[in-house]
Design a protein around this ligand. Structure first.
Ligand code: M6R
Length: 612
């Protein structure tokens, strides 16, 4: 939530900051601002709304400064407004700060500073930070590094989560940054350096990154970057080369990121499979060293995640249980962390997160570790917080996902967890080789089959045109089809603002069927041959009550009276969600387009949810 970017170097800062903000808008988009040091003074420009509003501010193009920080906000404390937009400055305009995260004790700190004569303009939690820095700067006792020491003293008082970028007109040659539970990356350039909340913001300028750790400080100058621990002891830090190329975070001719990412799925799945899975060879993960002795001790697996990642976990549960015969529980991270789950060293906890930064998932991981469980992260973002905290990490390698609505990350998560299940089954030697080999072959065929599903886009588009004005829709399925129904329903809600519910088809008669009335749209996923007849009966029940039906199926259906049918290729039930979800992704996309909505940046949402 919220995006921030900073620049110091030999170029004009504003265009670089603006570009960074534009590529970070998916993290928040209710207000934006920049602060630069111009003619020895801090100049702040900010406005409510999108980065486009900020860009339109008179005089912003004429700023010549070569150092600055910028922010695009997703409001937590204080409504979206110009006053509440970041950057925030202290009462004496000496320090400017952008902040991602939440300062939980800001009331206390405000009271303290008010007693010391400070006043506040915004309703944000952030405004206490530049004022605390100012306070400690004035009351500091050390001549050595007074700016860094003032930032550190201020930070020592903060409770909550933060990624901070600070500039000062007294020290125009540096940006000071620090983080706790909120991501921050530093990009190294030639005669210039960058900082950002997220890699895509600065990917156009560098591929060399330092990933800041919790409680770690960095002083970033044009030609140097210095790192300090929480006691301000300087240390060196390894640089990471990030392989993503800048164009992979661009639209490449597509109208929206979401559409581009839907169409990238044949390739993202290829990348996820990589060299891990080959016919006739054991499935291998370079970063895992699980032994039969260890896996034999595991008496339960937890999969913990939020939103779409949790839906991928539900599909993964079936694969792990069927192939490895280990009971699997799937939990929502925000529930798991507060319900004292029964876990111990015989539990393996798997955390799925595209961003690797979701606050609840990270907290749930820390909880499991503290109880002695082994933790495994599945993430798309190299070096993200969750991957650094987990005992093991496997990456989806789906490439940057920019649209708020997750699409290619979901399909990559599903295939990865299925491959993990094969890997465990091979170590445990608990499943017939032919079953695993057939599944491997089906996984390898996925990219071609996804292309075949994408060819159905026009059919989906036509259906979207017929239903986009509706207010309610229902999604049905059984088994993994039900889990896909949940994902289809979430996608529809989040980008088309149509109310929808997903139900296990067999549950319909236990209440929800009362909602079915003439003309209501019911979408059913039908891919499991063993359950087809049962689901067809459920569809008949809604047809009888006047529903309009769309069915996504890989079965050859005859004598059916459905209104619309989208046929998709057949595959193993464990991975059929990868194919059946695509028409649902396209449906929500086209409905949103028909309604004239902003597909990539739906209202009230942000891509990575780094606050509780
Ligand atoms: O980055 P994560 O995978 O941890 O994010 C989890 C959810 O916030 C995310 O999947 C969310 O539900 C998406 N916007 C759904 O499209």
């Amino acid at each position: 939530m919220c995006g921030s970017v900073g620049y110091i170097g030999d170029k004009q800062a504003t265009p670089i900051l603006m570009n960074g903000l534009l590529s970070l808008e998916y993290r928040g988009y209710d207000s934006a601002g920049i602060a630069v040091i111009e003619n020895n003074e801090i100049t702040v420009m900010k406005d409510k709304g999108r980065v486009a509003n900020l860009k339109a501010i008179d005089g912003i193009d004429t700023l010549t400064s070569q150092v600055g920080i910028a922010h695009t906000r997703w409001a937590t404390h204080g409504k979206p407004s110009k006053e509440n937009a970041h950057p925030h400055v202290d009462n004496h305009n000496q320090f400017a700060v952008v902040h991602n995260g939440i300062i939980e004790n800001y009331h206390e700190l405000k009271e303290f500073l008010t007693q010391k004569g400070y006043h506040f303009i915004s309703q944000t939690d952030t405004e206490v930070i530049p004022n605390l820095i100012d306070y400690y700067y004035k009351n500091g006792i050390s001549d050595e590094d007074p700016f860094l020491r003032a930032v550190k003293s201020a930070v020592d008082n903060l409770k909550g989560s933060y990624a901070l970028e600070v500039i000062s007109k007294l020290f125009p040659d540096r940006i000071i940054v620090v983080r706790k539970d909120s991501p921050l990356v530093i990009g190294k350039g030639k005669k210039e350096n960058f900082v950002a909340s997220d890699i895509p913001a600065i990917l156009a300028y560098t591929k060399d990154f330092y990933l800041l750790d919790d409680y770690e400080y960095a002083v970033i100058k044009q030609d140097e970057i210095h790192f300090y621990d929480n006691t301000l002891l300087e240390h060196s830090k390894a640089i990471k080369n990030i392989e993503w190329d800048a164009t992979s975070a661009e639209k490449n001719g597509y109208e929206d990121y979401m559409l581009k990412e839907i169409y990238e799925q044949p390739n993202s799945i290829r990348e996820t499979i990589g060299s891990r899975l080959k016919l006739g060879e054991p499935c291998s993960f370079d970063d895992l060293d699980f032994t039969k002795e260890y896996l034999d001790t595991i008496h339960q697996i937890y999969i913990v995640a939020c939103g779409t990642a949790m839906h991928a976990g539900l599909v993964g549960k079936t694969a792990l249980e069927r192939l490895c015969h280990i009971p699997v529980q799937v939990d929502i991270a925000s529930e798991f962390r507060y319900r004292d789950p029964i876990i111990d060293e015989k539990t393996l906890c798997i955390y799925i997160s595209q961003s690797g930064e979701t606050a609840d998932t990270l907290a749930a991981l820390k909880l499991a570790k503290s109880k002695g469980a082994k933790t495994l992260a599945i993430s798309n973002v190299i070096g993200s917080s969750i991957t650094r905290e987990a005992d093991y990490t496997i990456y989806t390698h789906a490439g940057p996902e920019i649209a708020v609505a997750s699409t290619k990350a979901y399909t990559s998560q599903v295939v990865l967890i299925c491959m993990l299940a094969i890997h465990f089954a091979e170590i445990l030697d608990c499943k017939q080789e032919s079953v695993l080999e057939n599944l491997k072959s089906d996984i390898l065929d996925l990219p071609t089959k996804i292309e075949a599903v994408l060819d159905k886009a026009e059919e989906v588009q036509k259906f979207a045109k017929k239903v986009y004005t509706e207010h309610d829709m229902y999604f049905l399925g059984r088994g993994t089809d039900y889990h896909v129904a949940m994902e289809g329903s979430l996608k529809l809600k989040e980008i088309s603002y149509i109310h929808s519910e997903a139900y296990a088809a067999g549950e319909l008669k236990h209440g929800p069927i009362a909602l079915i009335e003439n003309g209501i749209t019911v979408i059913t996923i039908l891919t499991n041959p063993d359950l087809v007849e049962k689901s067809i009966s459920n569809i008949q029940e809604v047809i009888t009550r006047g529903a309009k039906t769309l069915v996504v199926t890989n079965q050859k259906l005859s004598n059916v009276n459905f209104d619309y049918v989208i046929n998709i290729p057949e595959t193993n039930e464990l991975i059929s969600p990868i194919l059946s979800v695509i028409p649902l992704q396209l449906l929500s996309y086209y409905i949103s387009k028909n309604k004239g909505l902003d597909v990539d940046k739906p209202r009230n949402l942000a891509k990575s949810v780094t606050v509780e």
